[in-house]
Design a protein around this ligand. Structure first.
Ligand code: NAD
Length: 254
């Protein structure tokens, strides 16, 4: 078991990559704090983990809301006394070239994808600094590095998360804290399914063109990213600091 004894908080773990990571981490011996703004989906993840013999608890928070994020971290620390790993996974999509994006939609994507990394980290970091150890995994995307059509707001947030990861790593290295980023390509989750449905008249043709762009010729699966997250969460990656980890089927070369 690669995560025995670790307490791990995952934001947005009611669906997709977060849910899959929560299940994998629990199988590897972690106690998982499942967060989501969608209570029903978050609780479902927890029930599935417990039924499979793992340990998990649901904590509601909207990661864009300071009071909510702070209360979640306080509740977790009160219950478990520590958070070894924070996986900032919650995120939403943003579609459109810059001139097509309405200001409210722009702000919403910035809030969830950037503020939603800042707030949980802000409230978890003091306990990690006190214990002189900890791991933070930030969810970026390969769009941080490649230009994709009509993803202006989303790409801006994922580039920001990558820059923030590096900056955080420099600030907290002396406290024994590692901060790394995941850069997935297109992974087939509800997030991508909805994006394809809402953005294309012919989602099947869109999937075919995405497959062509990834050298693998396939979309990724949540498990592919969860395995990379497991590596970053475990001590096996102890020499990785401030690094971008690509799980993109070669999309950056496509
Ligand atoms: P998903 O939609 O399946 O899951 C995201 C979860 O985050 C949902 O359960 C949602 O309720 C939750 N969430 C949204 N806003 C929240 C908030 N304010 N507070 C708490 N929880 C909130 O998405 P996914 O595909 O699993 O994506 C997870 C992360 O991976 C996102 O950050 C996304 O940008 C990133 N990512 C996904 C892909 C992909 O192709 N699926 C590629 C690169 C990066």
């Amino acid at each position: 078991m690669r995560l025995q004894g670790k307490v791990i908080m995952i934001t947005g773990a009611g669906s997709g990559i977060g849910k899959c990571s929560a299940q994998l981490f629990a199988r590897e011996g972690a106690t998982v704090i499942v967060n989501d703004v969608d209570k029903a989906k978050g609780e479902e993840t927890v029930t599935e983990i417990i039924e499979a013999g793992g340990e998990a608890t649901f904590l509601y928070a909207d990661v864009t809301n300071a009071e909510s994020a702070k209360a979640m971290v306080e509740a977790a620390l009160e219950k478990y006394g520590k958070i070894d790993v924070l996986f900032n996974n919650a995120g939403i999509s943003g579609v459109g070239a810059l001139h097509e994006v309405e200001p409210d939609a722009w702000d919403r994507v910035m809030n969830v994808n950037i503020r939603g990394v800042y707030l949980p980290s802000k409230y978890v970091l003091p306990s990690m600094m006190a214990s002189k150890s900890g791991v933070i995994i930030n969810m970026s995307s390969c769009v941080a590095e490649i230009g994709l059509a009509r993803r202006a707001s989303y790409a801006a947030t994922k580039g920001a998360v990558l820059a923030l990861t590096k900056s955080m790593q420099v600030d907290y290295a002396s406290y024994g804290i590692r901060v790394n980023a995941l850069l997935p390509g297109t992974i087939f989750t509800p997030f991508v399914e909805n994006y394809l449905k809402n953005s294309y008249d012919d989602p099947e043709a869109a999937i075919a063109s995405i497959k062509k762009r990834q050298l693998s010729g396939e979309l990724g699966r949540p498990e592919d990213v969860a395995q990379a997250a497991l590596f970053l969460a475990s001590d096996e990656s102890k020499f990785m600091m401030g690094s971008p980890l690509y799980i993109d089927g070669g999309a950056v070369f496509g």
